[in-house]
Design a protein around this ligand. Sequence first.
Ligand code: TRH
Length: 404
Amino acid sequence: MSSAHSSSVNDTSTAPASTGIACDIFCAVIDNFGDIGVCWRLARQLAHEHGWQVRVFVDDLHTFQKLCPALDTARARQTVDGIVVEHWHEPAHAGQTLEVADVVVEAFACELPPAYVAAMARREQAPAWINLEYLSGEDWVADFHLRPSPHPRYSLVKSFFFPGLGPGTGGVLKERTLDVARTAFVDSPEARAAWWRETTGEPPPDASTTVVSLFAYENRAADSLLAQWRDSNEPIVLLVPEGRISGAIARFFGVSSGLSSFSAGTHAQRGNLTAHALPFTDQAGYDRLLWSSDVNFVRGEDSFVRAQWAARPFVWHIYPQADDAHLPKLDATLAHYAAPLAPDARAALGRFWHAWNGVGEPDWADFQRHRAAFDARAKTWSSELAVIGDLAGNLAGFAKSQLK
Ligand code: TRH
């Protein structure tokens, strides 16, 4: 095992003694990996960093298992990494017992089991009930963060907890060990070389190569960008975890191995572009992919946050919503992230992000022209973002204040 693996952010060796606070997290998987990705990260932090006893109720063990390979999809109840995981047949099922926790987190407005809510109301001390919202960089988030909402029938109050990128919000998740783990990896040529050998079968590329990781939804700009990388003056190495963009990559390379997709272990080359298909790994493994790349294409919510902690330039494929409701959210993030860039670099980043989200054509040369500025900004931004505080710590502090 490489030293990269031994400095995993999942390290529980320094876990604090249990504080006796019990927490139930309810997660309904709408689609993709972000819902359970965020809940699982939060669960581990509350258990390992705050000493809470955490149960996760999740309705889709197959999706969960992709990013948590230790999970047994056949089991209704199991303990993984010190956390109890219950297969939730939402909305009615409320677990094996109706033992209500001190802190109840309803992720992304999923509906709690009515029997569980009734049991919350019967509890001697009302639990701290938190609705964890989706992340948005928009300014209104700070006004709504921690707003209470009394239950219409029971003497219970639910609080809205808004992740965000600015002051007055709940912040985003960041493990206490993350910076140390990242530095240990990026500063160790041995760890990086071991990662490259394990992941691609090859040594790390030389300094003239731009390494790009690509995690995205289906994207109509992909063909144009792949062609630009093929024709670019500099070598590009593309690392693609298996997923929704893999079909487009396979088509571009004309790869057909009976599969329409670019499945893990496939390697392909055209012009100056070399691509490797990677397996979907656990979350710690995904961090190492981000740390190994010069530019990260990310999507949704959790990978978007991890790219920011990786402190490398990134391109965000935001989760598309009806009526382009996602575009103001994209612009709100750009307003935070790109604000200190010089006007021409800021405009180039905005153009590229918009093009990757369906507005305009991506221009890689234009993006690369400003790479030095983007590299520098990625570092200052990750320090600025850290000032808001880690979401798990912010949530734990708020919940404890409700339990007094
Ligand atoms: O999978 P997503 O598209 O999830 C989305 C978003 O959360 C979106 O906001 C939500 O509305 C929608 O789901 C329902 O992207 P996201 O949020 O980046 O989640 C991916 C998770 O998968 C993240 O925790 C990182 C993890 N991951 C791995 O663990 N291993 C991997 O190899 C890869 C590629 C990702």
